[in-house]
Write a protein that binds this ligand. Structure first.
Ligand code: SAM
Length: 258
């Protein structure tokens, strides 16, 4: 099949066997024989995944690609679902208790894909995704560099960075480099829904001082927030990106107690 591509669907093909095997190896886990692949495209990662898993369920939005995929894997336990991954109801897929998710995903829906799987009722034990390097770094950020995306991901999953894949390895090459990210969904989130709501308010103006954003967002007198900040030994100069998840949770408890 010619390497045709639809730019709007983020179709940049990866063919380097060593990189693909490394991604599939990273996705493998003891006692897990099934993987859910997002965006199999021409099936190069699918092929590597079959080295580590007995069964692959692949979700591909492109009708032609979805129809062609089984032809490349005769005799293999492959199920192809021709749908938008964001519209797939996971409860309708036949998945074992323990499964993993893997994919070289289209950049335009990285964030909703992550939120869908880390918050799913039947969560995978591991999610291994190749994505834009800059987004990977935001997901793995630490206090000082946090964003809403980084915080809301780390609250639900442990984030680890994997190998960087230079743009030249893709056909056609995208404008940016990529990086592997490993997400391990937590059994219990590190913070509550109301802490996440507070984080969103706190980031109204990401570069401004957190105390100013919260004064406006919570409609509280500044003196009250100064009091909470003092209790938590937080400088009044901190920006939204500076707080750890534990500090956000502690702040939320003070704000909602009053
Ligand atoms: N896995 C292949 C590889 O590594 O060469 C293809 C990766 S390509 C970056 C992204 C793939 O996701 C394409 O096959 C594209 O058609 C598919 N895709 C794009 N949007 C999708 C969506 N909303 N749901 C499912 N698949 C999607």
């Amino acid at each position: 099949m010619a390497l045709q591509n639809k730019k709007s669907l983020g179709q940049n093909w990866l063919t380097n066997r060593d990189i693909l095997i490394d991604i599939a190896d990273t996705a493998s886990a003891d006692g897990v024989s099934e993987v859910l692949e997002i965006g199999p495209g021409l099936g190069t990662l699918t092929s590597a995944l079959f080295k580590f898993f007995d069964k692959v369920t692949a979700i591909e939005i492109d009708e032609k690609l979805a129809a062609n995929l089984p032809k490349s894997f005769p005799g293999k336990n492959l199920t192809v679902i021709n749908k938008d991954v964001l519209n797939v109801d996971l409860s309708t897929i036949d998945l074992p208790e323990k499964y993993v998710v893997a994919g070289n995903i289209p950049y335009y829906i990285t964030s909703p894909i992550i939120q869908k799987f880390i918050q799913a009722e039947h969560r995978p034990i591991k999610i291994v995704l190749l994505m834009q390097k800059e987004v990977a770094e935001r997901l793995a950020a630490e206090p000082g560099d946090y964003s809403i995306l980084g915080l809301s991901t780390q609250i639900y999953a442990k984030v680890t960075l994997g190998q960087v894949v230079k743009r030249e390895f893709f056909t056609p090459p995208p404008k940016v480099d990529s990086q592997v990210v490993v997400l391990e969904p937590r059994e219990t989130p590190l913070a509550s829904e109301s802490t996440i709501a507070l984080i969103k308010l706190g980031f109204i103006a990401p570069r401004k001082k957190l105390i100013s954003n919260l004064t406006v967002g919570l409609r509280l007198p500044k003196s009250e927030l100064q009091d909470y900040f003092a209790k938590l030994q937080l400088s009044e100069n901190v920006r939204p990106a500076d707080l750890s998840i534990a500090e956000w949770s502690a702040l939320e408890k003070l704000v909602h107690k009053h």
